[in-house]
Design a protein around this ligand. Structure first.
Ligand SMILES: [Zn+2]
Ligand SMILES: [Zn+2]
Length: 153
């Protein structure tokens, strides 16, 4: 049976997602994140189209192109005026507390003025979110942001 995680479903086209970039076997997706507040806070997900649980199981060409994808996205974020500070974090395995522990992926999270340490961990971001946004993620803002980044690739 094919893997049923969200990244594999997106890669197979079973779930629609507007990919910001497809590069070799990588795809970059806007995170459906309620905190998204450009240019201050933007979150992108970089995931392989193939199902690999962790970094060490990626084939060599995918390991090498991972850094290139990150580089391209950082440059695009920079040109979009959305890059002051940033975090790059990969979530691997259930023990990491990852929401999607079975499929390797890397988060690019931009942090602007005022974000600071409050936003520097997943748990803090979620806490902040539940305090601040009692609403669902704003898909319009997420899509607009993704479009703006795409134009700067
Ligand atoms: Zn998968
Ligand atoms: Zn994650």
């Amino acid at each position: 049976m094919e893997p049923q995680d969200i990244f594999c479903k997106i890669a197979r086209g079973e779930i629609k997602s507007d990919k910001i970039l497809e590069y070799f076997n990588w795809m970059v997706l806007p995170a459906i994140d309620p905190v998204v507040d450009p240019p201050k806070y933007v979150q992108l997900l970089v995931a392989p189209k193939g199902h690999y649980p962790d970094f060490q199981s990626l084939p060599e060409y995918a390991r090498n192109s991972h850094d290139e994808v990150i580089f391209k996205m950082l440059r695009a974020l920079e040109r979009s005026g959305m890059l002051q500070g940033y975090l790059i974090e990969s979530h691997v395995g259930k023990a990491s507390g990852a929401s999607f522990p079975d499929h390797f992926h890397t988060h690019i999270i931009t942090l602007g003025e005022g974000c600071g340490r409050e936003y520097s961990t997943e748990l803090n971001r979620l806490k902040k979110y539940s305090e601040k946004h009692k609403v669902k993620p704003d898909i319009a803002i997420i899509n607009e942001t993704a479009e703006r980044i795409k134009q700067n690739l």
